[in-house]
Design a protein around this ligand. Structure first.
Ligand code: NA7
Length: 544
């Protein structure tokens, strides 16, 4: 099936086995798997001028991983795991970018990645069972398979605030932070947004700026990371245990090497509950959520107790009671928005050079040449930071003009919200695979674990097709409908739909409100996906 790259006559369109869009964790592993393991002829297109995806773009101060290094990484190569040294628990962006560059070099991936190239359109050729992919530079290739590795949080959301472009100072979205950094020393900085990004950036900017004003629309619950560096003996211990660690990440609900406490929040006495929560808080990180009480995300009464525990921590950290109350979330359950992990976020508000502005009660009216105006005040700023998040899970794919069988546009198919079968394929879009697509657990699971699962599934599926001489795979409408319904049903069993979060598209004006990730947890998802394969890929149609 392999056509040789470059083996084409003048004016002929290059014919490939697969095009992969994106060179982050997903694209790198997909390229390795399809090219090196399966011998396919593959081209990766990447908008940036380097590998890394989210870890290429998010260079803002304080940008670091919320999952621990030694399981937020690839598990597919034992040699890679053994040779790479993580400096500590929660690596910052430059270290993860270095890791992904190391992966690209180690597996000689760069030669099949075309950088600084954005895919503009992809059209399915029904007669030939091929995708025709065009880049913004006008390059055109054809490929049997189109693999989306565009990431779940890669289309930046720059809110359309009146006067946005009139600002005469420096303005940056955190996901387009200049490589050379931004000097905020002695400057008046404003930051809009208190999601994971704003919460990571705030203490770092506060430490340098003359003054930092945090514009908060919704207060957020955050748990301390408690970052530490690894000693040589920690490294040795991790390396000795890698296979057991990776094995646990594949079995646990959210892709971490630990499991929730079996007892329920209300089954223990108030003293014991307090003690358990205190221990989790002291340990810090995602374990507070994913290694805590198992009913935290399903039972509102349980969640209310945990949410109040965190509010009390906020009150204990912030000196000014009024500021503390403003920082206390009361409009959504803990975990229903993507929970941030922080280093000194709440205590930043004890600094003389940091102020909190509630833009829920007095919303932003306009950005002005000098700064920002809310309903009741003017703020003069030298630097304005948009930590305003992403058009998550669908934004990056929908930026590409994708037309499936019969010329049907993906934008139309997803007009009422994303629809997929297993988060892997979309009915009407044959031979298109979506790594960590909407309808799969993706963002609710430690991402590299989700990514490896999907890439392995996709490559096994393609291998099966090769063995049988098949050239087309497509999810049926019926299977997709049933899956979409199942995803919606399962989501009602959790509290995730209760917040206006990016999980449900609520952060983007006009985006349909749909719980996009599969909330049933990784084990159940893996079971369903495996059952589909064992039933001879039930719900997919193949053609020779
Ligand atoms: P998030 O989690 O979407 O947070 C964005 C923040 O920006 C959030 O506090 C929003 O308030 C705020 N926001 C967004 N638009 C506006 C407008 N128009 N006006 C005022 N405030 C606004 O993005 P992050 O980058 O922090 O994190 C994204 C993911 O990256 C994170 O979850 C990790 O997975 C890594 P809101 O809450 O909507 O009221």
């Amino acid at each position: 099936m392999s056509a040789q790259k470059g083996n084409r006559g003048e004016g002929e369109t290059r014919q490939l086995d697969a095009v992969i869009i994106g060179a982050g964790f997903s694209g790198l592993y997909a390229l390795y798997k399809l090219r090196d393991v399966m011998g396919m002829d593959v081209q990766v297109y990447e908008t940036a001028d380097g590998v890394g995806g989210a870890w290429y773009w998010n260079r803002y101060p304080g940008s670091r991983c919320d999952s621990e290094s030694y399981y937020y990484c690839f598990s597919f190569s034992e040699e890679l795991a053994q040779e790479w040294e993580w400096s500590g628990k929660y690596p910052e962006q430059p270290e993860i970018e270095r890791y992904l560059n190391h992966v690209a070099d180690r597996f000689d991936l760069r030669r099949d990645i075309q950088f600084s190239t954005r895919v503009a359109s992809a059209r399915f050729d029904d007669a030939a069972n091929c995708w025709e992919v065009c880049t913004e530079q006008g390059e055109r290739v054809r490929a049997r398979y189109l693999i989306s590795a565009v990431g779940c949080l890669s289309a930046a959301n720059l809110p359309d605030i009146p006067g946005r472009d009139s600002f005469q100072g420096e303005a940056y979205h955190t996901a387009a932070w200049p490589r050379e950094g931004v000097d905020v020393k002695g400057k008046r900085v404003g930051i809009i947004g208190t999601g994971s990004t704003g919460i990571q950036a705030t203490p770092r900017i506060a430490a340098e700026a003359a003054h930092l004003t945090v514009f908060q629309r919704t207060p957020n619950f955050t748990v301390p990371a408690r970052h530490t560096l690894f000693a040589p003996e920690d490294q040795a211990e991790i390396k000795k245990n890698y296979s057991a660690i990776f094995e646990r990440t594949r079995r646990s609900p959210a892709g971490f090497p630990y499991f929730p406490i079996e007892r329920k929040t209300l089954d223990v006495s108030a003293e014991e509950r307090q003690q358990i929560l205190e221990e989790l808080w002291e340990e810090g990180g995602f374990k507070f959520l994913w290694g805590g009480f198992s009913d935290m995300m399903t039972d509102p009464a349980a969640n209310a107790l945990v949410s109040e525990f965190i509010r009390n921590k906020i009150r204990a950290s912030v000196n000014d009671p009024e500021t503390a109350e403003l920082l206390c979330p009361t409009d959504h359950p803990y975990g229903s928005k993507r929970p941030p992990i922080d280093s000194d976020y709440y205590v930043s508000f004890n600094r003389d050079n940091v102020s909190l502005v509630d833009i829920r009660s007095a919303p932003i009216e306009a950005i002005t040449p000098m700064g920002l105006r809310t309903q009741d005040a003017e703020y003069e700023l030298d630097v304005l930071v948009f930590a305003t998040g992403f058009d998550a899970m669908t934004g990056a794919l929908l930026k590409i003009d994708i037309q499936g069988a019969g010329g049907r546009k993906l934008a139309d198919a997803w007009a009422e919200g994303p629809r997929s079968y297993l988060g892997l394929q979309v009915a009407g879009f044959p031979n298109l695979f979506t790594i960590t697509g909407p309808g799969s657990p993706s963002v609710l699971v430690n991402m590299p674990v989700s990514i490896e699962h999907h890439v392995d599934w996709i490559s096994d599926c393609i291998e099966r097709m090769r063995e049988r001489g098949e050239t087309r795979i497509e999810a049926t409408e019926a299977a997709q409908d049933a899956w979409v319904e199942h995803v919606a049903e399962v989501s009602k069993m959790t509290l995730i739909g209760q917040a206006d979060s990016w999980y449900v598209g609520a952060n983007i004006p006009g985006k349909p409100r749909v719980v996009m990730p599969y909330t049933g947890g990784q084990p159940l998802y893996r079971e369903r996906v495996e059952a589909v394969v064992n039933a001879d890929y039930e719900g997919f149609e193949f053609r020779a």
